[in-house]
Design a protein around this ligand. Structure first.
Ligand SMILES: [Zn+2]
Length: 192
């Protein structure tokens, strides 16, 4: 048995006009898919297959949680994913994907493995920006990042300023001279 054998849908052998499948994509599934974007998760996929006069309609409902690194603190976070996707399948001489929603499956074989499709639906359901809820980030990493950003903005050497945390605190207390362009902008904003 190959590791993705259980995701092989036998279309040619379908006796009824429709069929339903349930898949639980777990850590083992994501490890087997072996793509760095998602390595852990627990996602349920309901697949309904409907035979039509031209071929088959496949509808996937994907719902669950994946573990991905937070944009802000890089710690693992739980990202809920929900998606509904569908495509059509027809038999033909050889395997090919025609556009977004048509897959040609070799007629002599008559089966389609949906493992990679399901992975893609999960991956596409993850928002471009994903971060912990406010206040839930790893504080250690967060403050280290802030210090790093501050210092590199100021282009100051840390060594000559002594202890870095004191330096950041002092910096926050100092009133910075106001950029005259900011005053102009503020006038505009205040008038609105
Ligand atoms: Zn975070």
């Amino acid at each position: 048995m190959g590791k993705f054998d259980k995701y092989e849908i036998d279309l040619k052998g379908m006796r009824e006009s429709s069929a339903k499948y349930e898949f639980m994509l777990d850590n083992a599934f994501f490890a087997a898919i072996d793509v760095p974007e998602v390595q852990k998760g627990k996602v349920n996929v309901s697949l309904s297959v409907r035979k039509t006069s031209h071929g088959f309609n496949l509808n996937f409902h994907t719902e669950g949680v994946v573990i991905v690194p937070c944009d802000r603190c890089l710690d693992d976070m739980e990202q809920p994913v929900v998606s509904d996707d569908s495509f059509r399948v027809k038999f033909g001489p050889e395997y090919s994907e025609e556009g977004e929603d048509l897959v040609i499956v070799p007629e002599d074989k008559g089966t389609l493995n949906v493992a990679w499709f399901m992975y893609e639906f999960v991956a596409l359901a993850i928002p471009m920006k994903h971060a912990h809820a406010p206040g839930q980030c790893n504080r250690d990493m967060n403050s280290r990042l802030h210090k790093y950003l501050r210092v590199s903005e100021d282009e100051l050497g840390m060594d000559e300023m002594g202890d870095s945390s004191d330096f950041v605190q002092e910096e926050e207390e100092v009133e910075k001279p106001v950029d005259p362009r900011w005053n102009e902008l503020k006038k505009i904003l205040d008038n609105n």
